[in-house]
Write a protein that binds this ligand. Sequence first.
Ligand code: GLU
Length: 400
Amino acid sequence: MSIIAERMGRILPSQTIAITQKARALKAEGRDIISLSAGEPDFDTPDFVKQAAIEAIARGETKYTDVAGTAPLRQAVAEWLNRDFDLDYRAEEICVSTGGKQVIYNVMTATLNAGDEVIIPAPAWVSYPDIVRLADGTPIVVSTLEEDGFRLTASQLKAAITPRTRWVVINSPCNPTGAAYSRDELKALADVLLEHPHIWVLTDDIYAKLVYDGRVSHTLVQVEPRLRDRTVTMNGVSKAYAMTGWRIGFSAAPVELTRQLIKLQGQSTSNPCSIAQAAALAAISGSQECIAEMVSVYQERRDLVVDQLSSVAGLECRRPEGAFYVFVSVKKLLGKRSAQGTDLVDDEAFVAALLEETGVAAVHGAAFLMPGYFRVSYATSTELLKEACARIRHFCEGIE
Ligand code: GLU
């Protein structure tokens, strides 16, 4: 009998992490690799944030904290959400976790029973369905349409709801498409949800600070406060403050659910790293200028990548509203053969050949539950992006 639990057979390794690690390993072997696979800012964590961590160490803040995070950090998170997203949360509704991923784990594990359904609009971040499966739930994947800007429509949502639906996941701006919902689009979804009081909403706002062309991010509870009692608003410092490695994410949720999240976390990891908490506190309460600077660079890079790739014969992409990804259709090139003779049977074969023949790493669309595309992360230097786009063009031009 195998020592491995049955639940491990329900999930795959995270493809974003697997491809990023593969690119790193090839680079270490001396290959000329440009990785556009990692969903993480290339910017360094701001100096004042690093300094806050150093000072926390010097003060001896190296012990356990409250499981849900320190009191000042929970208070600061509530204030940050209220100040920047026009929400109305209290410190006791906040649970600080080891990255946004742990927030989602906690939420699904604390709430799902076998067979409960979670509506996940696709394309979707790779880990949502697997986290749901690990928690014995059933992911209900609803494919959005490119002509709808990859946004879930009210009628699609309505059609996916059953008596077993427990959660709907909303991720705006979206990983991997960069699509952001407008206030009206969120309100249309909220109106459907108001008619179905048994459904809760997980709104993953981790990219909310990264929106372009002067846009403002909206989040569900801000648009429809009547959903506050059955929504988990999720955010964190990883993307906005270039702090992926510090692993700080947080949830804002009704107190009763928050208590359960804390109970679960107290039986797994306990508090997130005390030093990282001090850094996160500085990030969200200090000057926010660093975000504006990063956003303006990301916007330039987005335009560079979209302009370059959409002018390549066979590739198509929309100009995303946020995050740092471009989701590129490769459908017109599938079924053909690369210059070095690889049959491009699907998007996975395409990205594998792209990596092998040009050294550019990207993630295939099927990993995000939408085959026929690949995801490019433009959170890398402009110089490397230019070189990567030139290599992708050359690769595509060689396909016959
Ligand atoms: N969220 C990032 C990505 O999509 C980081 C890797 C991961 O956890 O999936 O690439």
